[in-house]
Design a protein around this ligand. Structure first.
Ligand code: NCD
Length: 340
């Protein structure tokens, strides 16, 4: 059975015989197969429906007794909180290591910190780190699942899954859509994971931004790269604006906020170039009136808060997939037709 991404929310998860290859970690979209991505999205839709309907699958607390530790070396509002909410919804315990008050400040190495957390009883680690590749490094040192919560300019796979779920809900499909990702592409792990995932699911991805913020050829899969923002916006079904990642670049590489806004900020006139039912996305945090005119955030075409809400369902799917059915190593189902 193959799951169609244009179908309404499935109530039934793939039967074990149809399961895609087991996931041990979630380190990036690179390395994920289309069937794995589709199964995670289908499971996220089921968890969202289950939460809305307060269904039995949740009262079974499928991850009771499991402990998820979040280790964030960079600030976060949405990603960390949604992992905690997702863990609680599944009956798991979520613990945060407050990095700024931990032995990291005494010079402890990343692998020593992570191995300590595993010895303390962590069943999975969600890691956010400024260094690209940190999650892969962590996975090599731990025997428990590692989830990449954002590594430098590398990847942010759960954000991309969240965005794909939002597109699916708003537009009914991903395949065949034109998606324009605008702004500071080069430094954005969100842009990279989205470009890879949306292309995997059959979308046509366009990347546009200031010359200094465009990626080297091929760094973002097969996405088209253009300096001409209007070309990217023309007929787009989805537009994603990005935050300027000033913390990851040399000072002065990109224009200051006022100049950035007038050249690259999105406003209502820009959306007129797009498809009439365009969906406006932003991973957050939004700098109002820099990347996006603040008034557009109240526009019905804007799905920013829907993205945030979907982050919980996606993280439930990821946690349950990695830790479900007692193992943490095997693919699992979250419902059966009879159970739901
Ligand atoms: C993003 C991140 O940290 O990569 N935020 C998020 O997780 N929603 C994007 C950003 O910080 O600009």
């Amino acid at each position: 059975m193959s799951l169609s991404l244009s179908m309404p929310a499935p109530a039934v998860m793939p039967a074990p015989g149809d399961a895609p290859p087991a996931l041990r970690h979630l380190l990036g979209i690179r390395g994920l197969t289309r069937s794995q991505a589709e199964a995670l999205l289908a499971e996220a839709r089921s968890w969202k429906a289950a939460r809305a309907g307060r269904l039995q699958a949740l009262s079974r607390r499928p991850l009771a007794g499991r402990r998820i530790v979040t280790v964030f070396y960079e600030p976060s509002t949405r990603t960390m909180t949604s992992f905690h909410v997702a863990a609680a919804a599944l009956g798991a315990e979520a613990v945060d290591l407050p990095v700024s008050r931990s032995s990291v400040q005494k010079g402890e190495r990343l692998d020593d910190t992570l191995e300590t957390l595993e010895s303390l009883g962590a069943d999975a680690v969600v890691l956010r780190h400024p260094q690209t590749g940190a999650a892969h490094y962590a996975a090599r040192h731990l025997s428990i699942p590692v989830i990449n919560g954002g590594d430098g300019t590398g990847e942010h796979p759960t954000q991309a899954l969240t965005d794909a779920l939002t597109i699916l809900e708003r537009r009914g499909r991903v395949a065949g859509l034109k998606v324009a990702i605008l702004g500071d592409i080069r430094h954005s792990r969100v842009a990279r994971s989205n470009a890879l995932l949306l292309e995997l699911l059959g979308a046509e991805v366009w990347l546009s931004g200031p010359a200094a913020a465009l990626p080297p050829a091929g760094a973002f899969g097969g996405a088209r790269v253009t300096l001409n923002r209007d070309e990217a916006l023309e007929g787009a079904d989805v537009v994603m604006a990005l935050r300027v990642q000033r913390e990851r670049q040399a000072r002065g590489l990109l224009p200051p906020p006022g100049a950035y806004r007038s050249r690259w900020g999105l406003d209502a006139r820009d959306l007129e170039r797009c498809s009439p039912d365009v969906v406006l996305l932003h991973p957050g945090p939004v700098n109002r009136d820099v990347e996006v005119d603040g008034r557009l955030l109240e526009d019905p075409r804007c799905a920013v808060l829907q993205q945030v809400a979907n982050g919980v369902a996606v993280r439930m799917a990821v946690l349950h997939t990695l830790l479900g059915q007692g193992g943490g190593r095997s693919w699992s189902t979250c419902s059966s037709a009879a159970g739901w």
